[in-house]
Design a protein around this ligand. Structure first.
Ligand SMILES: [Fe+2]
Length: 349
């Protein structure tokens, strides 16, 4: 991402606490993204090439899933103009009071039973930039779809594969689930605070511009607070930008070869890469990125494995451990301190 040099300085949000002491709720995971598109058939064709599967298609909407147990992770609604339609988070099934607290918050809609595939209940909110954020509960799970085994990789000092040829073929990715969403915001400090206070997200890392560290963080990676249960390094990221808009969503696939092979497949189907191969060092993720038929980027990322060097002093990055991305152990939230001046905005976000 290119950050215009004309952006005004930010207030030093590095001084803000990385978590809210008393959020309205603590969501468990990012659940889905929504797009609006005039041609549902073209959107379905793209997402099948990308690696998603149709759960249900009605005259008005398309519901797509990965191979994991999530009911759907992408909704495409029919509309006159191509647009981003918002995204959502999942709340624990037994936290009915949490849904009611959200419904009572300023600007929130009521708790409604979802009249769509997977059913469940939800409250619709608007974040400070006006993006629709739906918090849902009780959406049905599905049986996982069959998929291939992860590739076996040789590394220095470790040679588990000998005389065993592997030939990944260009094909749609084996998408398992939605991994994260990235939003652009002209007021990231306010946006970050809203997600911390309302949904209980925790800042895992701040990124700074290498040449303007005095401006404060230009990007924040936010994870879900699952208590002692490890969470992804980030389910949401917010990056400073002149406009408030969706930037991209990323989808977890089986391994690194899945990223390359599916990217090659999409390229052969007329797609184009907007960033090509990239790595998010904060979360130790790798990805390749291209535009969706909505004009919005989607990327694939292998099952995350990460260490999480925080940009903040020891103990200030919040309580819940991260990941799948490996990060800190359940007993030790975040430990190592990294000079914020040494951080650079990650190239693939
Ligand atoms: Fe990403």
């Amino acid at each position: 991402m290119t950050i215009p040099a004309t952006l005004p300085s930010l207030a030093p949000i590095a001084e803000d606490p990385p978590r809210s002491p008393d959020p309205l709720v603590r969501v468990r995971d990012v659940s889905h993204v929504e797009f609006i598109k005039p041609d549902l058939g073209a959107a379905e064709s793209f997402f099948h090439d990308f690696g998603l599967h149709t759960v249900e298609r009605t005259p008005h909407a398309l519901y797509l899933r990965g191979a994991g147990s999530g009911h759907h992770c992408v909704i495409v609604r029919k509309g006159r103009r191509t647009a981003f339609g918002g995204f959502g988070f999942e709340l624990a099934a037994d936290d009915e009071a949490g849904l009611q607290r959200l419904a009572a918050s300023p600007g929130a809609g009521p708790v409604v039973d979802l009249d769509e595939p997977g059913a469940g209940r939800a409250v619709t909110l608007r974040d400070p930039a006006g993006q629709q954020v739906r918090v849902s509960q009780g959406i049905a799970s599905l049986a996982p779809l069959p998929t291939r085994e992860p590739m076996t990789f040789n590394n220095y000092g470790q040679r588990p594969r000998a005389n065993a040829t592997q030939r990944p073929v260009p094909a749609p990715a084996h998408v398992l689930r939605l991994g994260h969403v990235v939003l652009e915001s002209p007021a990231p400090r306010r946006a970050i605070r809203w997600y911390l206070d309302t949904l209980g997200l925790i800042v895992s890392d701040y990124n700074h511009l290498r040449h303007r560290p005095q401006d404060g963080p230009m990007m924040a990676f936010l994870r879900c607070d699952r208590g002692a249960e490890p969470a992804d390094h980030h389910s949401l990221a917010i990056v400073y930008s002149p406009r408030a808009t969706y930037n991209h969503s990323a989808y977890e696939v089986i391994d690194v070869d899945d990223v390359f092979a599916s990217g090659t497949y999409l390229f052969g189907r007329g797609g184009r890469r907007t960033w090509g191969w990239g790595a998010t060092f904060r979360a130790a993720r790798s990805s390749t990125t291209g535009p969706t038929p909505t004009g919005c980027s989607s990327s694939t990322t292998p099952t995350a494995t990460s260490s999480m060097p925080p940009c903040r002093p020891s103990g200030t990055c919040g309580g819940a451990p991260t990941t799948r991305s490996g990060a800190s152990s359940p007993a030790a939230p975040t430990t190592d301190a990294t000079s914020s001046a040494s951080c650079a905005i990650c190239a693939d976000h």
